[in-house]
Design a protein around this ligand. Structure first.
Ligand SMILES: [Zn+2]
Length: 345
């Protein structure tokens, strides 16, 4: 089984946004401590819109934060981890005022920008990452899973050097107004090639889709989460010191009353479902477990659960980053994991 872990490295987007130290730097360092014990490799999907924003800020504290982040990203790369592209474009419209970020999410999706504006934005962000790490990013994960319709993004992403996406999770969907996505028609294969629709495999397509692995989440999981909110404990408290954007009522109701296809994740209590995600992947005949998470949402409990999981299974995994996976499978012209691995191997 090939194992990847990719985290969205970002602040919160509610009020307050939290600090880069607590939402990004400290939890990523703690996560590395766990992963490196087991030989696992981390891919960090950097919210590069935020990074460019603080790089261009006149505030000293933002430029200091930029320097700290750049240093952490350089350390990651020097230790065989991976730095890739994640974009929350609403940073372009958000401003620092009287000691805090004023977040404007009217343009939350890349689709809210024209193709020309998008091309310029992505070129600038890719250049920013490249200047820090010395390596151009090749993989993309959409902010808030807002990937569709991909045809709007395909040209600008490809022109910016992106060859791979890891946003789709099979069976996933969201009804949050303005943040909808629908991956219910996606294959459950380990990976596939596509061109302008990640749900439509195309062997000659420009991109490789490496979907995030899924796990069947029972509604009881969310009821337990609600109960835990009433009785907060230190061990469950997230590293991050900000607040998430809230969802619509329909979004939460659906979670509380129906089973869903969720992402295999190391965030908070979701990390308890890693063994189940692995078992479900195996049952489907899969050869890749691609787990996600957010440093801001990690807790002492989730890191312990990840540590236990890797202790049990890590030595049987073939550990990859997005770029090592792309190098290995990038040319394989198949949509099927097994066949493609056999050909590439
Ligand atoms: Zn994100």
């Amino acid at each position: 089984m090939r194992f990847l872990i990719g985290v969205d490295y970002e602040l919160f987007f509610g009020s307050p946004t939290g600090t880069p130290q607590r939402c990004m730097i400290e939890p990523t360092e703690a996560l590395l401590g766990v992963l490196e014990k087991h030989g696992a490799r981390l891919t960090v999907f950097v919210d590069t819109a935020y990074l460019v924003k603080i790089q261009q800020s006149r505030e000293r504290q933002h430029r200091n934060a930029f320097d700290h982040i750049a240093k952490q990203l350089q350390t990651l790369v020097s230790r065989q981890h991976d730095v890739q592209l994640h974009v929350h474009p609403h940073w372009l419209d958000s401003n620092w005022h009287e000691g805090r970020w004023h977040i404007d999410t009217q343009r939350y999706r890349l689709h809210d920008f024209s193709p020309d504006a998008l091309a310029d934005m992505l070129q600038e962000q890719v250049a920013c990452l490249r200047a820090i790490t010395g390596i151009p990013p090749v993989a993309y994960r959409a902010g808030g899973w807002c990937l569709q319709p991909f045809a709007h993004l395909a040209g600008p992403l490809h022109a910016a050097g992106i060859r791979m996406d890891s946003t789709v999770y099979t069976g996933g969907s969201s009804v949050n107004p303005g943040r909808e996505f629908d991956f219910t028609g996606a294959l459950s294969d380990d990976f596939w090639r596509f061109d302008d629709d990640p749900l439509a495999p195309d062997e000659a397509g420009r991109f490789l889709e490496l979907p995030i692995s899924t796990v069947t989440v029972p509604p009881t999981f969310y009821w337990r989460m609600l109960l835990r909110r009433l009785r907060p404990s230190d061990a469950h408290r997230a590293f991050g010191d900000g607040r998430a954007l809230s969802g619509s009522g329909a979004y939460y109701l659906r979670k509380l009353f129906s089973w869903e296809s969720g992402v295999a994740s190391i965030d908070g209590a979701r990390a308890s479902m890693l063994p189940r995600a692995l078992a479900e992947r195996r049952r489907l005949g899969g050869d890749v477990l691609n787990v996600m998470g957010h440093p801001k949402s990690l807790s002492r409990v989730s890191l312990k659960l990840l540590d236990d999981f890797l202790l049990a299974h890590g030595s049987t995994f073939d550990h990859h980053t997005m770029s090592s996976f792309l190098q290995f499978e990038g040319q394989a012209p198949s949509t099927n994991s097994k066949g493609a691995s056999a050909m590439a191997g």
